[in-house]
Ligand binder design. Structure first.
Ligand SMILES: Cc1ncc(COP(=O)(O)O)c(C=O)c1O
Length: 462
């Protein structure tokens, strides 16, 4: 591990300090770290992760957050505002995802801590609902290989079997026939992504919905990434297939407000066609000596600040604000994809929209990544096949950025051609780009990853 972060400049706290530090000193320290770290993405050269990138917007959200940061929304009698904010966040999300098409059931939703939180609540809800309604005791979900690992994590936590469907090697969309053949009476839901993280491709949601309806099971659409952006792409005339509640068999959708909803980190929404599915995971302990306890999801106490800031983001931008941002993102993504397609050595995978992945059949694409890193670009790395992806967010829509991408990419292709017989320095790891590990044994990879995770919270030496 590199040295302890900022050890050269700031004192390391190995114990709780006996005396407090003046606030101005603390704020100056935080300001230094935040400014330097923001500089890494403000260039616009970083894939995904920073969705809005507008410091003025962040200041506004932080003001909204500050007013309720200290409030625990579990105690609703003290904060009716939280009920207003949460209900309206869910209502606005349902509106965006065409909740008006729902009939014959009462829709509902949950505000969760993020994409993984929404996915975990989906898996738990379907498990509990299927247990109560159909007596399912050995639950499984059927998910395309490209669906996010948060489904595997949730299934692992909740004792649910995962049946992993292959995707078509060219379109990179779920193999619906495989899904149909592997759903059985213990399937609590099918998963589809709109869009998936790796390739930005959208599964054939209408066909998956037919399968779900035919088998009498649920279909959860993971719109964590696309839920707040693709609807505006549809409005702008981009080729985005239906994936929302207008598709009859879609029974729930996750859509991350902390991504293209432009809220602060730490919120997502899951909306259900029938709130009975959500309610199946409500937790009650009615005879606890501490009082009768109930909670709507997995969290206990939650901060009112995040809910207020999320609501504030949605209301301040409005449909036309989101549409305007989407217009720039889709246009930039199209320009960047055109740059990739202009090189015969590069190949865009599937038919993506705002997030695209590309590879090469001529050389290891990580050579391109290696060169682009020297120009400040930070892509996400993929494997099987090696590929790199760019999730276009607002920082890339700044003037001249798509043009710099094209210019740097042209040089990167030359570099890759020249170095094709060497081993590239970079490789695939989610959340960053690390050393080439893809061909190593699984246990070795886990050891390396364990070290990496350990190092993220390693105690200071000495
Ligand atoms: C399609 C998709 N689903 C789920 C997630 C998980 O979201 P989070 O990292 O907020 O838990 C992501 C994250 O990028 C995603 O892209």
């Amino acid at each position: 591990m590199a040295g302890f972060p900022y050890a050269d400049r700031f004192e390391i706290n190995r114990q709780l300090p006996e005396h407090g530090t003046p606030r101005e000193e603390i704020l100056a320290m935080l300001e230094t770290m935040a400014k330097e770290e923001d500089a890494t993405w403000e260039t616009g050269k970083c894939s995904g992760t920073m969705y809005c990138g507008d410091h003025d917007h962040y200041r506004f959200l932080n003001e909204a957050f500050a007013k309720f940061a200290h409030v625990n929304v579990l105690q609703r009698d003290m904060c009716p505002s939280a009920t207003k904010f949460e209900a309206e966040i869910i209502a606005m999300t349902l509106d965006l995802l065409h909740g008006e098409a729902i009939d014959g059931s009462e829709a509902g939703g949950l505000v969760t801590s993020g994409g993984s939180g929404s996915i975990a609540h989906a898996v738990l809800s379907y498990r509990e609902y299927a247990a109560a309604e159909r007596g399912v005791t050995r639950p499984n979900i059927v998910k395309p290989e490209t669906a996010h690992p948060a489904f595997d994590k949730a299934a692992h936590l909740f004792g649910v079997e995962v049946r992993t469907a292959p995707v078509d090697p060219v379109s990179l969309r779920a193999d619906v026939t495989w899904v149909d053949e592997h759903v059985d009476e213990n399937t609590v839901c099918i998963i589809g992504s709109a869009c998936n993280y790796g390739y930005g491709t959208i599964d054939p949601i209408e066909e998956l919905a037919e399968v779900a309806l035919a088998h009498g099971t649920g279909l959860h659409v993971d719109g964590c990434l696309g839920g707040w952006l693709l609807p505006f792409g549809q409005e702008l005339g981009y080729d985005v297939p239906l994936f929302d509640f207008r598709v009859r068999g879609v029974t729930s959708i996750s859509a991350d407000t902390h991504k293209y909803g432009y809220a602060l980190k730490g919120t997502s929404v899951i909306v259900f066609r029938d709130k009975a599915v959500r309610n199946a995971q409500y937790f009650f302990n009615t005879d606890w000596t501490g009082g009768k306890y109930c909670s709507p999801g997995m969290d206990g106490s939650r901060s009112g600040g995040l809910i207020a800031a999320t609501w504030a983001a949605m209301v301040s931008l409005g449909r036309d604000g989101y549409r305007r941002y989407a217009e720039a993102i889709f246009a930039t993504a199209a320009a960047m994809q055109a740059a990739v397609r202009s090189h015969a050595e590069l190949r865009v995978l599937g038919s993506p929209t705002f997030l695209f992945s590309f590879t090469s059949d001529e050389f290891d694409i990580y050579h391109v990544n290696d060169f682009m890193r020297t120009r400040g670009w930070r892509f996400n790395g993929q494997q099987y096949p090696n590929a790199i992806h760019m999730a276009v967010t607002r920082p890339q829509t700044q003037p001249g950025l798509a043009e710099s991408f094209a210019a740097d990419l042209a040089q990167a292709v030359d570099y890759a051609r020249e170095h094709k017989d060497e081993t590239p320095a970079s490789g695939a790891i989610y959340g960053g780009v690390a050393g080439g590990m893809t061909d190593e044994a699984d246990s070795f990879i886990r050891m390396v990853m364990t070290d990496m995770l350990d190092s993220q919270s390693a105690l200071p030496e000495g």
